[in-house]
Design a protein around this ligand. Structure first.
Ligand SMILES: [Zn+2]
Length: 201
């Protein structure tokens, strides 16, 4: 369970001025709690805010069945004045990861659980104008291919990056700071992980 970003470069600053790293840490801790309820062993990576080199994260995950990186999303700088138009979760996998099918199965399972909890895929990352034209790997469940994604490419195990919500959107920022909402997201992510890993031979 990888906590995206680090103290010196804490990622996106939310609409209310909170750094993404703080959102990522809070959610990763909740996902860890939920996974431990399902009897998984969880190794947190980056929770102290001191991982500046991306491939050290995947290196230190060696031996894990799955690498899950927790993030919160932004929009292109020119679209920030319209940030209220963008909301929802996105999941990213890389075709350069050695376990691409398993990565997709886990991402799809996480997306399906999030949808089951009433959350919606943000979709805009697939758009060439509003996003970066990242093609859908599983459109219904909000999974995109992001082949160059460092934490997916450099991982020896299956890898999924979770963008839980768009925190430059004022309303979504407020929602993502709500501990009850965060717990629902965490339970959905953990449920999806549990489901895909249970299907392993
Ligand atoms: Zn991020």
């Amino acid at each position: 369970m990888d906590v995206g970003h680090y103290a010196a470069e804490p990622g996106v600053i939310s609409a209310s001025g909170m750094p993404e790293f703080a959102f990522n840490l809070a959610l990763a801790l909740d996902v860890k709690t939920e996974l431990e309820k399902l009897q998984f062993n969880v190794r947190l990576i980056g929770e102290r805010g001191d991982y500046a080199v991306l491939h050290h994260r995947t290196r230190d995950a060696q031996g894990a069945d799955l690498f899950v990186s927790i993030h919160h999303d932004s929009v292109q700088e020119r679209l920030l004045p319209q940030a209220e138009r963008f909301a929802g979760f996105s999941l990213f996998i890389s075709r350069q990861n050695p376990k691409v099918e398993k990565s997709l199965a886990c991402a799809s399972a996480i997306g399906a659980r999030l949808r089951g909890e009433g959350f919606t895929p943000s979709r805009y990352h697939a758009d060439p104008v509003l996003g970066e034209a990242r093609p859908f790997a599983d459109e219904a469940n909000g999974v995109h291919y992001y082949d160059n994604l460092a934490v997916a490419r450099s991982a020896a195990m299956a890898s999924v990056l979770v963008e839980a919500g768009v925190i430059v959107n004022r309303e979504e920022d407020r929602r993502m700071r709500d501990p009850a909402v965060r717990r629902r997201i965490a339970a959905a992510v953990a449920g999806g992980v549990g489901e895909c890993l249970a299907k392993e031979p």
